[in-house]
Design a protein around this ligand. Structure first.
Ligand SMILES: [Zn+2]
Length: 180
């Protein structure tokens, strides 16, 4: 997005404790905060389970949740665990959905370790656009495998560029290793 006058960082007013942070004033984002975000027509996470195999990045299907590869991964094998139901907030999940999502997260870790010897993981969910959720209306738990040295910027960029070919291969690898 091109910089506008509203986007320019300005000094905070003199009231309050000064800190080391610059403020980025973006009044146009108030529509998001006020909840006027466009309603989710064509939610990608609602559509994912119905896609034909060739177009799908689905790794495993459960009763209430499923595991799908992230189309925009931070690392190879970056999985998303989603409930089939279209719900935004973690507190809206039933006990059964919560338990299956947790179990799928554990299985995802085991499968990724077995297939790619991940050294560690980042696991978690962003709740709401303000917290960084790309598709805020349909909650999804990230399972991001980590390897020593992977934070180096260039390898991530390099991998991202070749991902269109690798994603379906990664899907097949994880899918075949997933316990039925
Ligand atoms: Zn949805």
């Amino acid at each position: 997005m091109p910089e506008t006058s509203e986007d320019r960082a300005v000094s905070p007013p003199s009231t309050g404790e000064p800190d080391a942070l610059d403020r980025l004033w973006t009044p146009h984002r108030m529509t998001y905060i006020a909840g006027q975000e466009r309603p989710s027509d064509g939610c990608a996470f609602c559509q994912a389970p119905d896609l034909p195999r060739a177009d799908s990045l689905m790794v495993a299907r459960g009763t209430l949740v499923y595991a799908v590869l992230n189309l925009y991964p931070y690392n190879p094998g970056h999985l998303l665990i989603c409930p089939y139901r279209h719900l935004a907030d973690y507190t809206e999940m039933t006990v059964e959905e919560t338990a299956e999502l947790a179990g799928f997260t554990q299985t995802a870790m085991r499968v990724i370790r077995a297939t790619s010897s991940a050294h560690g993981f980042n696991i978690g969910m962003n709740q709401g656009s303000v917290a960084g959720a790309g598709i805020a209306a349909h909650l999804h738990q990230h399972v991001v495998p980590r390897w020593g040295g992977d934070a180096n910027f260039m390898p991530i960029v390099a991998r991202t560029k070749i991902l269109p070919q690798l994603l379906t291969e990664t899907r097949d690898l994880l899918s075949s290793a997933w316990p039925s």
